[in-house]
Design a protein around this ligand. Structure first.
Ligand code: ISE
Length: 336
């Protein structure tokens, strides 16, 4: 049957998913929208047949026609909605970060385990990007031997004004934590954060850019340049250095022009456009799996592992020290 999706959160990500499900995804429709701002929810629901608008996530989940939930509210609000949807045994696609803290993520893991079957896919969409998928295959097949290092760059044109140093870890570097775990098939064991002394941090503002360096249980070293307000473009790049060669993605040389004694192209300005295909594939994969009665992709344990790495990252940022990642033992239910 067609999925009736309740979209929780009508911000830029929620609105993008509503547009996607309404216009692009097959096998699903938007049945309800919820946002703390009722007008914003109503504006988004307007024009979608049979779609109701709510201020309360629980009311949206209980609305007529709803059979699945997409959570795109701010990270701090995720846990409550996740637990509510699990209680109703509804399939869930939850944007990252799954929860901002590891303790909350563990509570979600316990709730899903109690339910007895997987119900949550976490929105780590880089796993659905064509270039990331190619890199993952190359590494899994050991085409260049074992991976030794992973160099990552993660630059945003700008981040919202409320962003703190911790947001850079939880909202931005969380993608690299997940991507590294997924690409390497290894867990993150310790994190360090370096700030450039020359970086200009306005009072209470971001220390920008920063270098996040982490270790894995397979002995791979990963470095991430995180630059929140680089000003010029949205760039997400990665280079795996392996025993017999290197592999790079994210150069994004789409259209190259030659004119007037110069060559060049353009740089994407945001993640919604840069990763549009990945979001499309992610949501379609969620809908398809759900309609088969399955759950695929990154799950609750991935959300938890990243939350644990983020906690270590924020602590490393605060103290300047190398901080070990503390993780609970993985219960059999959450093993794949
Ligand atoms: C945002 O939430 C994302 O998920 C983007 O991919 C990331 O580049 C950005 O820094 C985050 O704020």
């Amino acid at each position: 049957a067609e999925l009736g999706v309740a979209v929780i959160g009508a911000g830029s990500m929620g609105a993008d998913h509503v547009r996607r499900i309404d216009g692009l995804i097959s096998g699903a429709r938007v049945a309800a929208v919820a946002d703390v701002d009722g007008d914003r929810a109503a504006a988004l629901a307007e024009g979608i047949e049979g779609c109701s608008a709510h201020t309360d996530p629980g009311a949206a989940m209980a609305a007529p026609g709803v059979s699945a939930v997409l959570i795109a509210s701010p990270g701090a609000a995720h846990e409550e909605s996740l637990l509510m949807a699990l209680e109703r045994d509804l399939p869930i696609l939850c944007e990252k970060p799954m929860t901002p803290d590891a303790a909350g993520a563990l509570r979600v893991a316990e709730a899903e385990e109690k339910l007895g079957h997987r119900r949550v896919q976490v929105g780590f969409m880089r796993r659905y990007d064509a270039e990331y998928l190619r890199l993952a295959r190359l590494l899994a097949d050991r085409e260049l031997g074992r991976p030794l290092l992973l160099h990552c760059r993660h630059r945003n044109v700008s981040v919202p004004p409320y962003f703190t140093d911790a947001h850079l870890i939880n909202d931005s570097v969380s993608h690299e934590f997940d991507a590294a775990r997924w690409l390497l098939g290894q867990e993150i064991t310790a994190v360090r954060v370096h700030r450039a002394a020359a970086g200009s941090a306005p009072e209470g503002g971001l220390n920008d850019p920063q270098l996040v360096v982490f270790e894995t249980d397979g002995g791979v070293l990963v470095d991430v340049e995180i630059f929140g307000n680089c000003g010029f473009g949205y760039q997400v790049q990665a280079e795996a250095v392996c025993e017999r060669g290197t592999a790079r993605i994210g150069e994004a040389h789409g259209l190259m022009t030659n004119a007037a004694g110069r060559w060049g192209g353009s740089i994407d300005q945001g993640y919604l456009s840069r990763f549009a295909d990945a979001y499309d594939r992610e949501v379609q994969a969620w809908v398809d799996a759900t309609r088969r009665g399955e759950a695929t992709g990154p799950g609750v344990w991935d959300g938890y592992a990243v939350a644990a790495a983020c906690e270590a990252g924020v602590e490393a940022q605060r103290t300047g020290r190398r901080v070990a990642v503390e993780m609970a033992e993985r219960p059999p239910f959450h093993r794949r």
